[in-house]
Write a protein that binds this ligand. Structure first.
Ligand code: GCU
Length: 678
C-alpha cells in the first residue's frame, strides 16, 4: 500500500463510465483508498473539461470520454492527442501513459488495461508525475498469464494439502470445502491483478476423489472463488479428471469417442457456465503418473483434449492439456527407453489435430522442472498447435523455499532461447509471434497460508518475476530491483542486500547440487536434499549412470537414445557433439569420463569438486550479506530469512560433502586443490 503514496496524494480523475464492470470498479476503489489514505482527491464522472485539465492524473478507458462529460472537448482532452486514441485496435490489457501539460494520463483499451496502467503508475512512484515523457505504450506479450495451484481440498496423506507446496496449507480450501473467509484470497487476487496475471487454476493437476467433484457438487464454492478473482481481471480454471464420466457421472466408460461421454461433458460444462459465466476452462493431466486418460480406450491425446474442448467451445472456454506424459513404470535395466524423449514422441505426431481452444501446456524442459535442462524439443516441434510453456514457481527441485533461489534468470534464459535457425525464441512461440498461434505462460504457484505467503519471504520475488516476465518484461535483475523497491521501500542498504543474496542465487544453487545438467540426485519422494543414487534404480526414468569411470546420459543419435534428433538445427548437432555441447548441459546429453576436459578447462570431476565447494562458500556469503539488513526490515521477516539461510547453509554443506565424497569414492581421483574430502 505504501507504493500508492505518490498517486494517492494527488488529484486523480477516473473516467470509466457507470457500467464499466467489476475490474473498472477495482480501479476506482484502489484510487479511492489511496487518495483517502494519502490526502489526495478522487474525481469520477461526470466532469467538465476544466476538471479534466485540473487533474494531476487521468485514468480513462478508450471510448469512455463521452461518458465522463457531455462535451466533445472532454473526449478530446482525454483521447485526442494520444497515439493510442488514433490507433486501433488494442489488445486486452494494453494501455498508454503520457504526461501532458503537467497531467499524467493513462488511456487503456479496456478495464483490465486500466488496472494494469494504474499499477504501472504505482510502480513508477514519484517519477510518474514529474517531467514530461513521451507516450509509453505497454501491452502484455502473452494473452495467457496463468498460475496453477496444486491445492487439494483435504490433506493428502503423502503430499499434504498443497502438492509440492512449501508455504503452509491451501489459501482456498479447508476441511474438504472452500473456506468461509476468503479475505486472504481477495488479497492474493489483488496482488496477482496488479502484475497482470489473468488466469488461475484452482486445484491440483493430480485430481483426487474429493476434488473431482468440484466440477459437479461444489460449483457454488467455485463461483465464490470466481467472484473474488473476477474484479482483478482473473478467470478461474479447474483441473478435471479425464475419468470423471466414470467416477463422478456413473457411466461405464470415459471413452472420448463415446456419445454418452460427450453428452456427459457437455452437460457438466453447461452447468458450470450457468454458475460461473466467465469460467476459464480445464487443466488436464492425462495418462501421466497414474492419472486417467484416453490411452485406456485406445485413443490419443488429440481425441482426449478435443472431447473437453468441444464441450467448452460454445462458452468460450479453453482446455490446457499437459504434455507431461511419460512411462513412470520404467525398468531401470531398460536402456532403450528415455524419459526425455516421451513428450515429443507422444505429441508431435498430433500437431494440427488439436481444436483451436486447446492449449498444449509444455514443461520448459523434457524432464521435470530441474535446475538446469535443455528446453523441451516439443516447443519447436508443433507449429500448428497453441503451446503454453509451463514453469515452476514453487521450488520443488530448487530448494523448496528453504533455499533462497531467485529463478528470474533461469526463466529469462529459457524464454530467450533461440529454438532454430529462424531465430524464434521460446517466448515467441508462447506468445504466438510473429505469426504463430498465441497461448502464453503458465506456472505452478508458490503461495500458501504461511504468514509470509511463500514460506521464504524472498521467494515472493519469484512470484513477482513470473508475472512480469509473462507480461513481457525481460531483465530479471531489473525485475528483482522493482520487486525489492515495492516490497522494502527505498532503503539502498536493503536493496543492495536483496541483490547480494538473490542475483546469482540460481547459479549458486546449481553449483552445489546435481552437476552439469545431469539432474535429480535428490532424495526420492519429497525431493529435498542430496541423494546421489536416490533415483538410480527406480522406475522414474531419471538416471545419471555414474560408475567408476564416468557419468552422464548418452542421448546422442550416434550411440545413445537419439534424443538429440528431436531438436531442429542447429541444436541437434550442437548437442550431439561433446565438442560443441555447452558445459552446463554436458551430462544431460553425454556419458563422459571423469577426466573429460570441459570448455572451462577443468575436468568433469574437478568441476564437481570445485563447484560444490564454491557453491557452499557462496551461501555463507549470502547469509552475511543478509545480516547487514538487521533493524532495517521488520524483525519477524529478518528472522525468518535468517533461519532459512541457516538451513540453506546446512543443506548446501550436506550437498557439498556428499557429492565431493561420492565422486572421489567412485573415481579415486583426488581434488587438485587438496580440500577435505570425507
Ligand atoms: C512433478 C512433481 C509431481 C507433479 C508432477 C506434474 O513430477 O513431482 O508432484 O504431480 O510434476 O507436474 O504433474
Amino acid at each position: 500500500d505504501e507504493a500508492f503514496r505518490a498517486l494517492g496524494s494527488r488529484r486523480v480523475l477516473v473516467a470509466v463510465g457507470p457500467d464499466a464492470g467489476p475490474v473498472a470498479g477495482t480501479v476506482v476503489a484502489e484510487v479511492a483508498a489511496a487518495t483517502a489514505r494519502f490526502g489526495g482527491h478522487l474525481v469520477t464522472a461526470p466532469v467538465s473539461v476544466d476538471e479534466v485539465l485540473a487533474s494531476d492524473v487521468v485514468l480513462a478507458i478508450l471510448g469512455s470520454g463521452g461518458q465522463v462529460g457531455a462535451e466533445p472537448a472532454v473526449q478530446a482532452a482525454l483521447e485526442g492527442g494520444f497515439v493510442l486514441g488514433a490507433d486501433a485496435p488494442m489488445r486486452s490489457g494494453a494501455f498508454t501513459v503520457e504526461r501532458q501539460d503537467g497531467t499524467t494520463v493513462v488511456v487503456a483499451a479496456d478495464a483490465a488495461g486500466l488496472l494494469y496502467g494504474l499499477h504501472a503508475l504505482v510502480r513508477r512512484g514519484e517519477d510518474a508525475f514529474s517531467g514530461s515523457h513521451q507516450v509509453v505504450r505497454d501491452q502484455p506479450v502473452n494473452g495467457i498469464r496463468m498460475l496453477d495451484h496444486w491445492d487439494n481440498m483435504t490433506v493428502h496423506p503423502v503430499m499434504g494439502q498443497v502438492e509440492r507446496g512449501y508455504a503452509g496449507g491451501s489459501i482456498f480450501y479447508t476441511d474438504g470445502r472452500v473456506r468461509d473467509d476468503l479475505s486472504r484470497v481477495a488479497r492474493y487476487a489483488r496482488l496477482l491483478g496488479s502484475v497482470g496475471i489473468d488466469a488461475v487454476g484452482l486445484n491440483n493437476v493430480n485430481v483426487h476423489a474429493t476434488e473431482a467433484r468440484l466440477l459437479t457438487d461444489h460449483l457454488d464454492d467455485v463461483a465464490r472463488l470466481a467472484d473474488v478473482f473476477r474484479p482483478h481481471g482473473i478467470r478461474v480454471f479447474l483441473s478435471a479428471s479425464f475419468a470423471a464420466p466414470l467416477t463422478v457421472g456413473g457411466l461405464p466408460t470415459a471413452d472420448p469417442l463415446d456419445p454418452a461421454v460427450q453428452d456427459w461433458w457437455a452437460s457438466a460444462v453447461r452447468r458450470v457456465y450457468e454458475t460461473v459465466p466467465d469460467f476459464g476452462g480445464f487443466v488436464v493431466k492425462a495418462d501421466s503418473e497414474g492419472q486417467p486418460g484416453p490411452f485406456a480406450y485406445g485413443r490419443d491425446h488429440a481425441d482426449g483434449a478435443n472431447l473437453l474442448a468441444r464441450a467448452l467451445a460454445p462458452f468460450g472456454g479453453t482446455v490446457f492439456w499437459r504434455a507431461f506424459v511419460y512411462d513412470h513404470h520404467q525398468d531401470w535395466r531398460d536402456r532403450s527407453t528415455d524419459r526425455a524423449r516421451a513428450a515429443h514422441d507422444h505429441f508431435t505426431p498430433l500437431d494440427g489435430r488439436f481444436d483451436d481452444n486447446v492449449v498444449l501446456q509444455v514443461k520448459y524442459g523434457p524432464m521435470d522442472f530441474q535446475t538446469r535442462e535443455p528446453v523441451s524439443p516439443v516447443i519447436a516441434g508443433m507449429p500448428r498447435t497453441r503451446l503454453a510453456v509451463e514453469l515452476q514457481v514453487t521450488q520443488e527441485y530448487t530448494g523448496q523455499q528453504q533455499h533462497a533461489v531467485y529463478l528470474g534468470p533461469q526463466w529469462e534464459q529459457i524464454l530467450a532461447f533461440r529454438l532454430a535457425e529462424d531465430g524464434r525464441t521460446v517466448g515467441d512461440v508462447a506468445a504466438g509471434l510473429p505469426e504463430g498461434r498465441p497461448a502464453g505462460l503458465v506456472a505452478v504457484s508458490n503461495v500458501g497460508t504461511d504468514e509470509f505467503w511463500t514460506g521464504h519471504p524472498l521467494a515472493q520475488a519469484n512470484l513477482y518475476a513470473f508475472a512480469r516476465l509473462a507480461w513481457g518484461a525481460h531483465d530479471p535483475l531489473a525485475i528483482l530491483d522493482e520487486w525489492a523497491g515495492l516490497t522494502f521501500g527505498d532503503d539502498p542498504a536493503v536493496r543492495a542486500a536483496v541483490h547480494a543474496v538473490l542475483d546469482d542465487s540460481w547459479r549458486t544453487y546449481e553449483r552445489y547440487t546435481a552437476p552439469l545438467g545431469v539432474g535429480f540426485m535428490v532424495r526420492p519422494g519429497h525431493h529435498y536434499g542430496p541423494d546421489v543414487d536416490g533415483y538410480e534404480y527406480t522406475a522414474w526414468g531419471t538416471y545419471h549412470f555414474a560408475d567408476r569411470d564416468g557419468i552422464g546420459v548418452d542421448r546422442t543419435r550416434a550411440t545413445g537414445t537419439g534424443f538429440t534428433g528431436q531438436y531442429a538445427a542447429p541444436w541437434r548437432d550442437v548437442y550431439e557433439s561433446v565438442e560443441t555441447c555447452p558445459d552446463e548441459l554436458l551430462l544431460f546429453f553425454h556419458h563422459v569420463p571423469y577426466t573429460h576436459v570441459l570448455h572451462s578447462g577443468s575436468t568433469v570431476v574437478q568441476h564437481i569438486y570445485d563447484t560444490h565447494a564454491d557453491g557452499y562458500d557462496e551461501v555463507v556469503r549470502m547469509a552475511s550479506a543478509w545480516e547487514q539488513v538487521r533493524g532495517r526490515v521488520p524483525d519477524a521477516l529478518f528472522d525468518r530469512v535468517t533461519q532459512r539461510l541457516a538451513e540453506q547453509e546446512r543443506s548446501a554443506r550436506e550437498w557439498r560433502d556428499q557429492l565431493r565424497s561420492a565422486f572421489f569414492r567412485r573415481s579415486g581421483i583426488p581434488d587438485a586443490t587438496g580440500r577435505t574430502i570425507y
